[in-house]
Write a protein that binds this ligand. Structure first.
Ligand SMILES: *[C@@H]1O[C@H](CO)[C@@H](O)[C@H](O)[C@H]1NC(C)=O
Ligand SMILES: *[C@@H]1O[C@H](CO)[C@@H](O)[C@H](O)[C@H]1NC(C)=O
Ligand SMILES: *[C@@H]1O[C@H](CO)[C@@H](O)[C@H](O)[C@H]1NC(C)=O
Ligand SMILES: *[C@@H]1O[C@H](CO)[C@@H](O)[C@H](O)[C@H]1NC(C)=O
Ligand SMILES: *[C@@H]1O[C@H](CO)[C@@H](O)[C@H](O)[C@H]1NC(C)=O
Ligand SMILES: *[C@@H]1O[C@H](CO)[C@@H](O)[C@H](O)[C@H]1NC(C)=O
Ligand SMILES: CC(=O)N[C@H]1CO[C@H](CO)[C@@H](O)[C@@H]1O
Length: 838
């Protein structure tokens, strides 16, 4: 920070270098007078490989080489200014002048910045009290080249709000407008470069990478953002390191770095270095024979011939790089050729070294006749950035001077006024839109290139491009010549992807290294979380290793199912038969067969069977509250009533034939007190009470059964094994056993009273059906279970019906000769005789 109150800050260090304004008219290619001066800073000399132990001033012309790249940028600026001067539409009648500097080193850059800030006709930098009326030598500055130099000049120039447009400083720190309010650039910020690289990593599925940065702002900020973004995208940086500024290709630090890269197991290395350190880094790579890698390059070195000149670099693997858009300044080569021709002519005509005498500090061009006029792509792209920058300043000036009205204003303008206009420019230059966003960054994109060593010399191919807002990458991977056999895309992952439906379990520190565990049935792997198997919902199921859950099928036997229809038909037939038998018996009520069968009690028996016969209907269709209540209880109750009747009838027969003779009083009082009726009522009431208790205490309700089948929801009635139900079954069994016992005791009764065989048959059928049901339930639990249950009930009913009633119907209908009182009495007498004789 420069304090406001300093009036005269003299900088004697540079006084010897400064010169008076008049001298500008001298023949130097670094200066041209004009109405408004634009300053430019270009690295015309190289000071790469410079290892400094103490701070010192570098005199560019004494440094070790001529920088062709910087020279072309220098010419691009001169070309742009001449073009603008020639133009009759842009800044008419206004001449732009320039003042160019060789910013070959930090000290040269510092000198250039201070020189630009010095005022006209003065060799001192005068810091005024009011910055708004400060009027430095140049109204705008183009350059310098890289992040390191720019950070110094931008800090100084921002203090005075002198617009500065860089063509090469890509660091994202310059987007901070609080620190660098007057900084703009025509190259994209590294932020977008890192975004592009991460998109590239995603595109090729590389999730296990190494990252190398240069040990300066460029590398630090680049890798910092890379780390942030890769973490977001679930990419792991296995190894990260910085190439020190003092590094040598064969020193220990670089050797260790190469070893670590090899040992990390990564196949992809991001190299976020500036050109100088990238050169050293790749020398070390070649030295240590690190091949078989994919190198991802930044625009700083991706298509730089300075890097591709490293001997043996063609063997290091595949290089994919991000570069600024490939652009051309069409007239530049011709312009440079004309320049060289003019130089040669003046050299031969005038005194040699004429121009050399006029150079001052950092404004020296080591002219040699063989400066190539052919620009490398890298230089051409950057030259285009310079060219764009000059045009942006000219456009701003055009607006500021009011030229759109037809006549440009003349007179003094202040840099901060120009800055406001430059920020707003928006124009088309050779088909490309030039404008700056709120951070002073251009709205443009990158090209993605790959190195191609197929020809005799190095070339590169453009294989795609990236744009932002929103981030978008377009790439044609088929154009890349991979170093792998069969031109395969190299894999760079710690663990291979799990098969579908398997979750990852992290091994070690990085989430990219994991083992795979198949999700068990009933759980699934949600695509958004690769690390846990999540359980399915209750209504859903999944097989082992599934990525989704499926809806469970709702299972019940519908009404319209063929099995239901058959059962209903059969059951209805049974009920009709019951009704038929009832009417038959009603018509023959007074015949001996009907009387011996129980007389009016037969109607109770048939009625109870009919009641029980309604129960099978309740098993079909979707269970409802009513059908659940009725399905088992109807049968239990009806069948119990029937069995009570049957029991009492068998008992009575035995009583009559075997006991009435011996105990007539007992039999008499039994009949007089309506013993049979009372028994049936009591027995039925017991079952009724059991059923009521059961239905109240363990009410069967429609339920969804989830546990039996993973992929089904079975709709059924609850309480299939409730104590109440068991009790009712137990009671039914008790009745059937007693019924069986009494009928067995009567096995020797006269034939037309002897139903032991039939009853035994029906009860056996009943038992077998129910044992069959229990067995079936233990092995089968599917949707036909209700149907089986209904079938068992129907067979029980059918069994007792056919066992008891059908023989009697037969006699009534087909053997009326047996249905006579005479026949019955004959058989009773026959029996009595047999009894008394035995
Ligand atoms: C500018 O105009 C002069 C004279 O017409 C011409 O020789 C020169 O090539 C022009 N320069 C550019 C850059 O157009
Ligand atoms: C690299 O390879 C060359 C030739 O293949 C060999 O001479 C040299 O020793 C190797 N260097 C290292 C460090 O392995
Ligand atoms: C440029 O200057 C010339 C002569 O000074 C004058 O005739 C011409 O009108 C001016 N053009 C503009 C656009 O100012
Ligand atoms: C390859 O490079 C060499 C030396 O730089 C040069 O002499 C030669 O002409 C180049 N070949 C091609 C085909 O560009
Ligand atoms: C997966 O997880 C995401 C986020 O947690 C959630 O929005 C989505 O519904 C889940 N998908 C499934 C099928 O559960
Ligand atoms: C699963 O069931 C739900 C609700 O019952 C329904 O919204 C969804 O569409 C079903 N999904 C499939 C795949 O059938
Ligand atoms: C140095 C230079 O090229 N100056 C020219 C700038 O443009 C005006 C108008 O075309 C010319 O008159 C100058 O000679």
């Amino acid at each position: 920070m420069i304090p406001f109150k300093f009036h005269f800050v003299s900088l004697p260090l540079f006084i010897s270098c400064l010169f008076s304004f008049q001298e500008i008219k001298a023949l130097s290619d670094f200066k041209m007078p004009g109405d408004h001066i634009i300053a430019g800073m270009f690295p015309i000399h190289s000071v790469y490989d410079e290892v400094r132990l103490k701070p010192e001033v570098t005199l560019c012309e004494r440094s070790n080489g001529f920088n062709q790249h910087g020279y072309h940028l220098f010419q691009a600026m001169r070309y742009a200014i001449e073009e603008i001067n020639n133009s009759s539409s842009l800044l008419p009648n206004i001449t732009l002048g320039y003042e160019l500097y060789d910013a070959c080193s930090k000290s040269a850059n510092m000198y250039a910045t201070l020189s630009i800030l010095s005022q006209h006709r003065s060799n001192r930098i005068r810091i005024p009290e009011n910055f708004f009326s400060y009027y430095p030598k140049a109204v705008a500055v183009i350059g310098p080249d890289n992040t390191e130099l720019t950070s110094v000049s931008a800090s100084l120039l921002s203090t005075f709000l002198v617009p500065q447009i860089s063509y090469g400083a890509t660091s994202m720190m310059f987007s901070d407008k609080g620190k660098y309010p007057s900084f703009l650039r025509t190259v994209p910020s590294d932020k977008h470069q890192v975004h592009t690289m991460v998109m590239l990593l995603k595109e090729f599925g590389w999730s296990w990478i190494s990252a190398i940065g240069s040990d300066n702002d460029y590398g630090w900020l680049g890798l910092q953002l890379l780390e942030d973004l890769t973490t977001e995208q679930k990419i792991c940086i296995a190894y990260k390191d910085f190439v020190p500024l003092s590094a040598q290709a064969n020193d220990g630090v670089m050797q260790n770095m190469m070893l670590s890269i090899t040992n990390s197991g990564t196949k992809v290395v991001v190299v976020f270095c500036d050109k100088g350190l990238a050169h050293i880094f790749f020398k070390a790579v070649v030295l240590r024979n690190v091949t078989d890698k994919v190198w991802l390059g930044t625009e700083a070195w991706s298509i730089s011939t300075y890097i591709t000149q490293v001997p043996g670099i063609s063997k290091i693997g595949t290089v994919i790089g991000v570069t600024i858009r490939q652009q051309q300044i069409l007239g530049l080569t011709a312009f440079e050729e004309a320049y060289i021709r003019a130089k040669k002519a003046s050299e031969s005509v005038a005194e040699p070294a004429q121009y050399g005498d006029h150079h001052t500090c950092n404004q020296h061009l080591p002219f040699t006749a063989d400066i190539p006029t052919e620009l490398s792509s890298s230089s051409m792209n950057t030259a285009y950035s310079v060219y764009t920058a000059v045009y942006a300043v000219a456009r701003g000036l055009h607006q500021l001077l009011g030229c759109p009205s037809g006549v440009c204003a003349t007179g003094r303008i202040y840099p901060w006024q120009l800055l406001e206009e430059i920020k707003k420019v928006n124009f088309i230059l050779h088909g490309n839109t030039v404008s700056f966003n709120e951070y002073g960054d251009p709205v443009s994109g990158y090209d993605i290139v790959t190195w191609d060593w197929n020809g005799p010399n190095w070339t590169f191919k453009v294989i795609g491009s990236s744009t932002w807002y929103p981030d978008h990458l377009e790439i044609d991977g088929t154009k890349i010549l991979w170093h792998k056999e069969k031109n395969q895309v190299p894999r760079s992952v710690c663990s291979e992807e799990c098969q579908t439906g398997a979750a990852r379990r992290i091994v070690g520190l990085h989430h990219c290294c994991f083992e795979c565990i198949l999700c068990t049935a009933g759980t699934f792997l949600n695509q958004s979380d690769q690390y846990t198997c999540q359980p399915c919902q209750k209504e859903e199921w999944s097989p082992e290793g599934s990525q989704t859950c499926f809806n469970r099928t709702i299972e019940f036997l519908p009404w319209h199912h063929p099995v239901s229809l058959v059962l209903m038909g059969a059951n209805t037939l049974l009920l009709l038969l019951l009704a038929g038998v009832a009417s038959l018996f009603a018509r023959h009520l007074d015949t001996p067969v009907v009387r011996s069968a129980g007389g009016r009690m037969c109607f109770l028996m048939l009625g109870s069977l009919a009641g029980a016969g309604c129960s099978p209907y309740c098993f079909l269709g979707e269970p409802t509250a009513l059908t659940c209540l009725l399905q088992q209880s109807l049968f239990a109750l009806g069948f119990a009533v029937f069995l009570s009747c049957l029991t009492i009838r068998s008992f009575q027969l035995v009583f009559i034939f075997k006991l009435s003779a011996k105990r007539p009083t007992l039999y008499h009082s039994w009949v007089q007190n309506h013993g049979p009726g009372i028994f049936v009522v009591i027995s039925s009431t017991i079952q009724l009470l059991i059923c009521i208790t059961w239905l109240v205490a363990w009410t069967p309700r429609p339920t969804k059964e989830y546990n039996r089948f993973p992929e089904l929801v079975v709709l059924e009635c609850s309480g299939a094994s409730s104590p109440g139900y068991m009790l009712s079954i137990l009671y039914t069994c008790l009745l059937s056993i007693s019924c069986f016992t009494w009928s067995y005791l009567g096995k020797d009764l006269p034939e037309n009273y002897n139903e032991a065989k039939c009853i035994t048959f029906s009860l056996l059928l009943y038992f077998i059906s129910w044992i069959g049901l229990v067995t079936t339930i233990s092995v089968y639990q599917g949707k036909y279970l209700p149907a089986i249950n209904a079938l068992v009930i129907m067979s029980s009913l059918g069994g007792v019906f056919s066992g008891y009633f059908l023989p009697k119907c037969y006699v009534i209908l087909c053997r009326p000769d047996l249905n006579t009182t005479e026949y019955f009495q004959a058989s009773i007498q026959d029996y009595t005789q047999r009894c008394s004789s035995s």
